[in-house]
Design a protein around this ligand. Structure first.
Ligand code: ADP
Ligand code: MG
Length: 408
């Protein structure tokens, strides 16, 4: 079900609380070093201001863990927003309480205020009702445009909208775009539907593989992820990077190889065509000047896998060429080092090419960085900003923070 979009809210003269993602990197002097996240929120912000909203922007920044930390103030983000909008933006030194309330009272239609970091209060991440109520008091209408935190039931993402009546809660343009491409593409894709998965953090992606297996026509596996499956199969991987166990939050350890074995069983019975690398680029060390070789399907003792091999790259590109929908998460090798970037670049180019006639979706922080590096960001249909949120979405988990918002 599509969600109500902010432009369907009666915003004129109303106090609109918009949850945005202004979690921007700051240098030691508190300067915003990359304002991409602020710029990406501009369409929703401008839409609200043009509609005459009294706009209240709320975000977290970093992990202050419920205590005030001036190094993680959102003031620099508010200043950057003012510069981008070319109009003044107010700032409240606390996100709740008398100061915030007074500043919001002073707002005129078409004006914006940024609230101080939500996570300076413990109530945000714990979704404490008193804190949620204090935030909710500031606003008549609610907009969620922060996809990156949509998988977390915090006060600003869940507590506040759950306290507000029907007809007052909408998504912003960014969240709508994520829902459209991650959600609709996965639920109802044009076929062939191909997923390319790689990267290093395999444990985070096991559930994604499991869910996509039931949906895709083809699954292509590369990166260090492939080595985990090789170990699970009893193949040799030399000195390659293998995530054997994952440390859980409670200190317990999960056996990743056992999870991979379990998945191999599912792959056997799945209707999807699942491909693993037939060859690998290997090096003596993971260093740009190391001696290299191509080996496959196994990696010999003493060698480190650093990229998919040329035959695999060609095979994966062929299997992507006729796709109508493709999702790519996780680089095919250590693309940060130029000699080991070829496999990732080949897949990136194949994605860009299929994006000319189909839907090419990219997720994952490092994968997005790779696409930027190869200068192909504009060729993709959608690059998800979500990180953890996009992975959870690809796991097929419903997001309660989105479900609670009004339907269109
Ligand atoms: P994303 O952030 O896109 O979800 P991950 O964080 O899972 O991706 O993995 C990205 C990292 O995986 C990159 O830093 C890359 O260098 C690393 N990687 C990919 N292939 C290999 C490999 N064969 N050996 C070691 N590291 C690898
Ligand atoms: Mg990463």
């Amino acid at each position: 079900m599509a969600k109500k979009l902010l432009d369907a809210l009666p915003m004129k003269g109303k106090r609109v609380l918009m949850r945005v993602d202004f979690n921007v990197p700051l240098d030691e002097n508190g300067n915003v070093t990359d304002d991409r996240r602020i710029r990406m929120a501009l369409p929703s912000i401008v839409c609200a201001l043009d509609a005459g909203a009294r706009l209240i922007l709320a975000s977290h920044l970093g992990r202050p863990k419920g205590a005030r930390d001036e190094k993680l103030s959102l003031r620099p983000a508010a200043e950057r927003l003012a510069r981008l909008l070319e109009r003044p933006v107010a700032f409240a030194t606390d996100c709740i309480g008398p100061e915030a309330e007074k500043s919001v009272e002073r707002l005129k239609p078409g004006e914006a205020i940024v609230l101080e970091n939500l996570r300076f209060h413990k109530g945000e991440e714990k979704n404490v009702p008193l804190f949620a109520e204090a935030l909710r008091k500031l606003a008549d209408l609610y907009v969620n445009d922060a996809f990156g935190t949509a998988h977390r039931k915090h006060a600003s993402t869940y507590g506040v909208p759950s306290l507000m009546p029907k007809g007052t809660r909408a998504v912003g343009f960014l969240v709508r775009k994520e829902l459209k491409f991650l959600g609709e593409a996965v639920q109802n894709p044009d076929r062939p539907f191909v997923a390319v998965l790689g990267g290093a953090k395999v444990s985070d992606k096991i559930a994604v593989i499991e869910n996509l297996l039931t949906k895709v026509d083809r699954l292509l596996i590369g990166g260090a992820m492939a080595y985990v499956f090789m170990v699970a199969r009893g193949q040799t991987v030399g000195k390659s990077r293998v995530e054997r166990e994952k440390e859980e939050k409670d200190g317990s350890k999960t056996d990743v190889i056992a999870l991979a074995k379990h998945l191999l069983g599912k792959i056997e019975t799945s209707k999807a065509e699942v491909l693993f690398p037939v060859d690998h680029l290997v090096a003596q060390q993971p260093a740009a000047d190391a001696d290299t070789d191509v080996q496959g399907p196994e990696i010999q003792d003493g060698w480190v896998g650093v990229d998919i091999g040329p035959e695999t790259a060609q095979l994966y590109c062929e299997r992507l060429a006729d796709a109508k929908t493709a999702i790519w998460n996780g680089p095919m090798g250590i693309f940060e080092m130029a000699p080991f970037a070829e496999g990732t670049e080949a897949v990136c180019k194949a994605m860009a090419k299929m994006g000319e006639h189909g839907t090419a979706v990219v997720g994952g922080g490092d994968t997005a960085a790779a696409v930027e590096k190869f200068g192909l960001a504009d060729e993709m249909t959608h690059i998800s900003t979500g990180g953890g949120a996009s992975l959870e979405f690809l796991e097929g988990k419903p997001f309660e923070t989105i479900e609670i918002l009004d339907d269109a």
